[in-house]
Design a protein around this ligand. Sequence first.
Ligand code: G4P
Ligand code: NA
Ligand code: NA
Length: 194
Amino acid sequence: MEALKKAIQERGNVLSDHVLKVDSFLNHQVDVELMAAIGTEFAKRFADEQITKVLTIESSGIAPSFMAAHYLESPLIFARKKKSLTMNDHVYVSQVYSFTKQETNDITVSKDFLQAGDRVLIIDDFLANGQAAKGLIEIVEQAGASVSGVGIVIEKSFQNGRKLLEEQGYRIESLARIAALSDGQVRFIEDRLT
Ligand code: G4P
Ligand code: NA
Ligand code: NA
């Protein structure tokens, strides 16, 4: 997606060979026009999937997935990382391991909002090692619902996430695929021609 790649090149910062900072338009300040374009693109790519729910994880997945859900005319659910006061055992839970933080955290979704028969599009801001997506997939499975696909804003293709999800047979659509971050430069994998 050209507008996204342009934003990454012009407004992103390569912090190291592994980390791209995009606080200026995605992870802190949010470029709402760009999010609308991202939502439109996800909606286009998953138009034939009869999506009934969009599922993401707080907090940075919410902005892009909100716009995708809008254009897909579907509700948006965000998994929570901290147990809320009003949440009881009426929740689906999965464990997400973070390689970055070297810790495992529970994520939860209320059983009220995902049902058997739902066709779920999972969206997240980054795909690194795929652990967040894996945790969200486990929650969809607990609900007896099906994963129609995984939409990612920025994929770091040099990490293992895509491989992990593809091995399980999931369709992944990443709007920007980064081949490498080196010498302060972002190098993309070329887009498919659509
Ligand atoms: P994984 O889910 O793919 O295995 O990723 P990992 O544990 O490595 O990522 C931990 C957090 O770091 C996630 O955000 C993820 O979105 C974010 N992240 C991973 N790589 C990058 C990167 O290169 N740049 C930026 N900006 N973020 C990255 P989180 O802790 O869940 O926080 P939130 O922002 O969603 O609240
Ligand atoms: Na995230
Ligand atoms: Na993040």
